[in-house]
Design a protein around this ligand. Structure first.
Ligand code: G3H
Ligand code: ZN
Length: 284
């Protein structure tokens, strides 16, 4: 079906008090797995391509994003395209041409005032093209490979940041950390509730792979409206590839990539069933 707007999936989640799920795509098989998970569950999802994934594919976003678009158009359930953790305003500005209806602009490494200024500029530029914009306040750990779940977003600062930048969604630091391979992070549920009350845009959780399922359910109950997974799918994918490689000395990559893709499909489907927006459209 045609590409869906990310804002539509988030609205659906907001209205049903559930969450829009975004899954990071690195390879074509990730995109296919996420689309298959949507078809298996009857639920929509967001295909997220990070700045790092763009770098991996030769710094040309069209390489992987156009593959995602082709997969999404073949899918019988709604999928949207999202640019994730984009650090370069010029790359963010390419979103509409790429078919991406949302961008997470990540200025969290910049000093606060510069973060606000650059994010406001990028947001205004993208809003003029109808793109939904997410930004991050309170640097969420793990992006540099060092797990740090100590950062916390202050509710008053969050409200001021949203007002000053005009962003449509806010990624907040509440106890998660990127790239964890064990689900041992503890979320500050009380802080999530206070952030939800302080800001009038959807809250976004990054680093969700390291968060136990019960904590994710509570986070959605307390107001998280977009949940981002990356590593969780990679763990499932890579474990299945390892097993497949160990089981044979055949060299056709389709044998082990297919095993990885199926494992990632089930991993994504399980998270969609647990947290995803309820019944948007029947699976065709
Ligand atoms: O933006 C992407 C997410 O925050 C993914 O984080 O790989 O720890 O699940 P994760
Ligand atoms: Zn993230």
């Amino acid at each position: 079906m045609p590409l869906t707007a990310t804002s539509h999936i988030i609205d659906l989640a907001t209205r049903s008090h559930t969450a829009a799920l975004a899954f990071n795509v690195i390879t074509l098989e990730h995109a296919q797995a996420i689309a298959a998970a949507c078809e298996r569950t009857g639920l929509p999802a967001i295909l997220a391509v990070s700045h790092n994934a763009v770098r991996y594919h030769g710094d040309d976003p069209a390489v992987i994003v156009s593959a995602c678009a082709a997969v999404a158009r073949r899918c019988r359930l709604p999928l949207s395209l999202h640019l994730d953790h984009i650090e370069d305003p010029e790359l963010a500005a390419e979103a509409p041409e790429l078919g991406c209806t949302s961008v997470m602009f990540d200025a969290s490494k910049l000093p606060h005032e510069e973060n606000v200024r650059v994010t406001a500029e990028v947001t205004a530029r993208l809003h003029a093209r109808g793109v939904w914009v997410e930004a991050e306040l309170g640097e969420i750990g793990g992006k540099d490979g060092v797990h740090a779940a100590t950062a916390r977003t202050d509710p008053d600062e969050a409200a001021a940041y949203v007002a000053a930048t005009g962003v449509d969604g806010l990624a907040v630091a509440v106890g998660s950390s990127h790239a964890m391979t064990t689900r041992t992070a503890r979320l500050d549920q009380d802080l999530i509730t206070r952030l939800r009350d302080a800001v009038d845009v959807p809250l976004v959780l990054h680093g969700s792979s390291g968060v136990p399922e019960t904590e994710l359910v509570d986070a959605v109950r307390n107001g998280m409206r977009k949940i981002n997974f990356g590593t969780h799918l990679n763990s499932a994918f890579t474990a299945a590839v390892r097993d497949a490689l160990a089981a044979t000395d055949r060299v056709d990559p389709r044998r082990y990539l297919d095993a990885g893709r199926e494992a990632a499909t089930e991993a994504a489907a399980a998270q969609l069933r647990l947290l995803g927006p309820v019944r948007p459209v029947p699976a065709a």
